[in-house]
Design a protein around this ligand. Sequence first.
Ligand SMILES: [Fe+2]
Length: 196
Amino acid sequence: MLNLIHPSDLSVTHGLDSARIGTRPLVQRRLADLRGCFADVPAYEAALARDNPLIYAVTAVEPAAGDGQLHYGLGVLYPGRVGDEYHLTKGHHHAHRPAAEVYVGLAGAGAMLLEDEATGESRLVPLARNTVVYVPGHTAHRTINTGAEPLVYLGIYPANAGHDYAVVGQRNFRQVVVDRGGLPTLVERAVLSLRP
Ligand SMILES: [Fe+2]
């Protein structure tokens, strides 16, 4: 097996500022790409009218496919807010729902919003430097930067996990994370959306 892995996939080096790993494709998501993610639509439209900043970038490393293999992604989520909501990733399910994932925080401070697909139960758990988060299968997951520095992390997942963004795009997460007096606080999306 070892001889089937490209040497450049056996060990990589990366920085903490861009998510770039060598010449691998870098996926970049700007504010305009996150339409529908933020509950406060007027705040989103106002922010987008001013600028279309880079919100996050991800590079995936996929050394091999098949049973037992692992893939991983390096993510950099830049700090900021839209209204009271912190910068966030689109979030996703795994196409193969039982697939779990481990997130390893490398720099910055933030959180992961986890939502059980069957029950809708939500948990906000810390993701920061020196923090490891376990994302169970059947759980939608979104990363949120609640700090002032880029939040840098690795997500390590089974090679057969796949990504399903469609369900989150249609239903969205039930809860959003807002700044309340400087503290990240979970609020029902419906409540924030209906705010006059
Ligand atoms: Fe994932």
